[in-house]
Design a protein around this ligand. Structure first.
Ligand code: ADP
Length: 467
């Protein structure tokens, strides 16, 4: 394989291990190929200054970053990416803001990325574009004459065809995917939505080997469920900070079982539904009430997008009313913390918890579910309560799968999880860990890049460029 060029909206410095599994895995491949990571610098500048690409060296890896003007950032990032694509791709048409100006800003930034990236490319480069911010990037690169192999991975779900079709510009967006050689999704159901959309809306022809032909191009597509770096996480779990966290939690909660939720504060994570299910569990099981505490960590996220302020207020109010109605002088049912926990401490918190509540309404994959499993003591493991609407549910079938919209059903699963006998916990955990280990982040990287090396759209066309 030639040099790997990773393109994503945000860049994680591969020298910092705190960056998490994805950055670590990508950094490994980037290091091996002396690769380049291209993306937004995170800086917003005056319009007149948006020009230079900032280059930095992180060991053998080159980091190339562009700044964005405020207008571009607002339309591209806040507007189209997080005000349209994020909600609709998570099945929340009701939260989408279809402001007509956003799509032009989205396209402008993708064109800017293409213009700035092209001169940095070498002939044998393999380009891997990440996520919903950059769907049209390959089409923009091809318009400038780029012939290198380009793959795309969507980290979030792809909704069913009719929901996608609600987005003004949806046909342009999906057509742009045909400029890639390989398009990867998190789950089989996302892949199925892609197939159904392109076959019904774009009259694509389905060929063998997961290839589709339309607009004079053939694109390969596949499901490549992302995993965690199990080894890295186990090392983190054995470290001083995680051990200290574990011991502190065990000391503090020695009389109680802990339930834990760790999420970004996002409306896709089903946090109010989770709280209502826990309230239902408390109401239905008065004798068990003070035997369990739910710790909910919700890290601040996209606070300048309106829908996020609403979810914050709803969650605060639910936690307050649960504690007010069910709390005792010496026990509060919910500990809600609106902060990010340092990554090195997380495994300790997971390990001290008997149950994890991972109940998104919709999620591309959900890595918290896999991290929780990897942090458990295999002799006395905790139980994963997992939404059937998380991408991870396709793989983690031995979890207690729930429908997060079903308050009573989820409350019953909480009860089952808290009372599950040791033997059953061990059996489920063993089976789940087999999958977490087999499909780790290294498998994900290798299988995507392996498929990209084999996938090559033979034909060239330009009809996907029309907006
Ligand atoms: P998403 O990518 O939508 O945020 P994932 O569950 O796939 O959801 O990944 C989230 C990552 O961020 C995980 O590695 C998790 O450990 C970390 N994370 C999420 N919430 C927090 C938090 N409150 N504090 C610390 N880390 C968090």
């Amino acid at each position: 394989m030639g040099r790997l060029v990773v393109v994503s909206n945000r860049i994680a410095d591969p020298r910092k291990t705190a960056a998490g599994g994805l950055a670590v895995a990508l950094a490994e491949v980037l290091n091996n190929t002396g690769g380049m990571w291209f993306g937004w610098s995170g800086k917003i500048v005056d319009h007149s200054e948006v020009d230079d690409v900032h280059l930095e060296h992180a060991g053998p890896v080159k980091l190339a970053m562009v700044d964005l003007s405020k207008a571009d950032h607002d339309a591209f990032y806040l507007g189209y990416s997080n005000g349209v694509l994020w909600p609709v791709f998570h099945y929340r048409l009701d939260l989408a803001d279809f402001d007509a100006g956003y799509i032009a800003g989205y396209r402008r930034v993708n064109q800017l990325f293409a213009r700035k990236l092209l001169p940095l490319l070498r002939e044998d480069d393999v380009i891997w574009v990440h996520d919903y911010h950059l769907i049209p990037l390959a089409a923009e690169l091809r318009a400038l004459g780029c012939t290198q192999r380009i793959g795309f991975f969507l980290h979030i779900p792809l909704p069913p065809p009719l929901m996608l079709a609600a987005i003004p510009g949806h046909d342009w967006l999906i057509r742009a995917l045909f400029a890639y050689d390989l398009v990867g999704f998190q789950s089989e159901s996302d892949l199925d939505h892609f197939a159904r959309y392109v076959e019904s809306e774009a009259h694509a022809q389905r060929l063998e080997d997961q290839r589709w032909r339309a607009f004079g191009r053939t694109v390969h597509a596949g499901a490549f469920p992302i995993g965690i770096d199990v080894q890295e996480f186990e090392q983190l779990a054995a470290g001083a900070e995680a051990t200290d966290m574990y011991e502190r939690m065990k000391r503090e909660y020695y009389r109680r079982k802990l339930l834990v939720g760790v999420d970004r504060l996002d409306y896709s994570k089903g946090l109010p539904q989770r709280m209502r299910a826990f309230r239902e569990f408390l109401a239905k099981n008065p004798e068990l009430r003070s035997s369990a505490t739910l710790i909910q960590i919700a890290s601040p996220s996209r606070e300048n997008v309106e829908a996020y302020t609403d979810i914050l207020h709803e969650l605060e109010s639910l936690c307050g009313s649960i504690n007010g109605n069910f709390g005792e002088l010496d026990w509060m049912p919910v500990r809600y913390i609106h902060r990010t926990v340092p990554r090195a401490r997380l495994p300790g918190l997971y390990k001290a918890s008997r149950v994890a509540l991972v109940t998104p309404l919709r999620d591309g994959m959900n890595l918290v579910a896999k991290e929780f499993l990897a942090a458990q003591d295999e002799e006395d493991p905790g139980v994963l309560v997992l939404s059937r609407f998380a991408g991870a549910a396709e793989q983690l079938k031995e979890a207690l799968l729930v429908n997060p919209y079903d308050t009573e059903g989820t409350a019953t699963a909480i009860l089952l999880a808290l009372q599950m006998p040791l033997e059953e916990r061990r059996e489920r955990h063993q089976a789940l860990m087999r999958s977490v280990r087999q499909y780790d982040v290294h498998w994900w990287c290798e299988s995507f890049l392996g498929a990209l090396a084999e996938a090559r759209a033979e034909e060239k066309g330009t009809s996907w460029l029309r907006l």
